[in-house]
Design a protein around this ligand. Structure first.
Ligand code: SF4
Ligand code: SF4
Length: 98
């Protein structure tokens, strides 16, 4: 699968945990995870490698809690951090073209 030009960047401080982004993703790679703040959940990309960069998650958010970013490397780093923190991680990254 080809790497998209943009990836979602979640901004948890703006998120109210509504899960609209999770429901809007056509390939179901967003999952809500509970944070240290009991009962409060935020979205993370459980499999960013499959993201097609469609932006539907960002468009679905009324809070501005997801921005699409062209800084792919930074977004991947953030996804990896989130995944390590909240999920078991044994996924294969995209094939790099460079
Ligand atoms: S749609 Fe926005 S406010 Fe709702 S869970 Fe997703 S990021 Fe948070
Ligand atoms: S950009 Fe599209 S494919 Fe990627 S997480 Fe958001 S809704 Fe899903």
């Amino acid at each position: 699968m080809k790497q998209p030009k943009k990836l979602p960047w979640t901004i948890s401080s703006l998120c109210d945990g509504c899960a609209s982004c999770e429901n809007a993703c056509p390939i179901e790679i967003i999952t809500m995870v509970e944070t240290e703040h009991k009962g409060f959940s935020i979205p993370i990309l459980k499999k960013y490698e499959d993201c097609i960069g469609c932006g539907k998650c960002a468009n679905a958010c009324a809070m501005g809690g997801i921005a699409m970013t062209a800084y792919i490397s930074d977004a991947i780093e953030k996804c990896e951090r989130d995944r390590k923190r909240f999920l078991a991680s044994d996924f294969t990254p995209w094939e790099r073209s460079e």
